[in-house]
Design a protein around this ligand. Structure first.
Ligand code: NDP
Length: 330
């Protein structure tokens, strides 16, 4: 079977040279193990951080070892009583076409409830990120104004819809006119800003948020966030979810000093990783699945076909190649 390993640690933006394909032979599954055929592979911005040799919440990928990420797979041979051939499972698994995995780290999924790939996003990691970042840190209240950056991506699209369910006014920031139209027409966002074509971001936020910003859900950081933060209200909440605009920087970016602003506005800016809420995942999943079932929470994916396309799909996250969740289908 084929696998994709980390060939080198990227300086700045990764390229396809960052990855290498290898042919390997798998053993038979032992007791407690299963043989899996990968169906859907998740590519996520956080994986960029794991390519660096730097301590973070997730340990770095090892050189010459397979990239590991969220995968939906089918059991094709089982040495475990927990799983039978044909079962669909999800877990953190290596980028291999076929995979031997311990049954312990796998979770069975129900593809009759929602498309199997949704368990990598809205019914999985990115959905939970949106839910807990917004609900537990943002604490949205009816009538408040919520701004979301990275709004047309896997996390952002869900954040905006949950904020609408909570009765907020929602403004999304994304990188194309098509994405902005989609957010408004299909996902119920009130307004949107294309950060690539807007003349003056700060002015535009001011115009679209005449009552100021109560919650800024930050997926991107950098100058977009500088502009939004200049409009925060008294006791604003700022869930710091991602900073994709700086992940490929080789030098530390500088911006305006925002501490005086946070101070005088009594604002809360809080970084988080979804794993902080692990003990509450059941509760989060209950709400997300209920909303999906009732069609109150819609979703979209960019599905790229072919194991060969995994590295490029990962790189395309940094140029906005995806709408909703980026997933690679085999
Ligand atoms: P997305 O589906 O949003 O994909 C990334 C998107 O980011 C692209 O489509 C692109 O959209 C946008 N983008 C890329 N480069 C830039 C840039 N320089 N400036 C502004 N926007 C940019 O990814 P996810 O929804 O999976 O993740 C969103 C963010 O949340 C990421 O920062 C990620 O690291 C973070 N995250 C954090 C988690 C946590 O536990 N804290 C868990 C999961 C994700 P566009 O066309 O709009 O530019």
């Amino acid at each position: 079977t084929r696998q994709i390993v980390l060939a080198s640690r990227p300086k700045g933006t990764p390229t396809t040279e960052t990855f290498r394909f290898e042919e390997i032979t798998l053993p038979e599954p032992k007791d407690g193990e299963v043989l899996l055929k990968g169906l859907y592979y998740s590519v996520d911005p956080y994986m960029r951080g794991r390519m660096n040799d730097a301590k973070s919440y997730a340990p770095p990928f090892e050189l010459d070892k397979p990239i590991v990420g969220g995968v939906v797979a089918e059991v094709i041979a089982s040495g475990s009583e927990q799983f039978q051939n044909g079962d669909l499972v999800t877990g953190r698994l290596p980028w291999q076409e076929q995979i031997i995995a311990s049954a312990k780290g796998l979770k069975k999924i129900d593809a009759s409830f929602a498309p199997a790939s949704y368990y990598l996003s809205i019914l999985g990691m990115t959905g939970l990120t949106a839910y807990f970042g917004l609900i537990s840190i943002g604490k949205p209240k009816e009538g408040e104004t919520v701004v979301v950056s990275g709004a047309a991506g896997a996390v952002g699209i869900v954040v905006g819809q949950i904020a609408k369910l909570k009765g907020c006014r929602v403004i999304g920031i994304a990188g194309s006119d098509e994405k902005i139209s989609m957010l408004k027409d299909e996902f119920g966002f009130d307004e949107g800003i294309n950060y690539k074509t807007v003349d003056d971001m700060k002015k535009s936020i001011g115009e679209l948020c005449p009552d100021g910003v109560d919650i800024y859900f930050d997926n991107v950081g950098g100058e977009i966030s500088d502009a939004v933060l200049s409009h925060i209200n008294f006791q604003a909440r700022i869930p710091l979810c991602g900073q994709i605009s700086v992940y490929n920087n080789t030098e530390v970016a500088t911006g305006p000093r925002i501490q005086p602003l946070l101070l005088t506005k009594s604002a809360l800016m809080k970084g988080f990783i979804v794993g902080d809420f692990e003990s509450e995942f059941g509760e989060g999943m209950k709400h997300l699945s209920q909303w999906v079932k009732e069609d109150k929470l819609k979703f979209t994916e960019t599905i790229v076909e072919g194991f060969d396309q995994l590295p490029q799909a990962m790189l395309d996250l940094f140029t906005g190649g995806n709408t909703g969740k980026m997933v690679v289908k085999i």
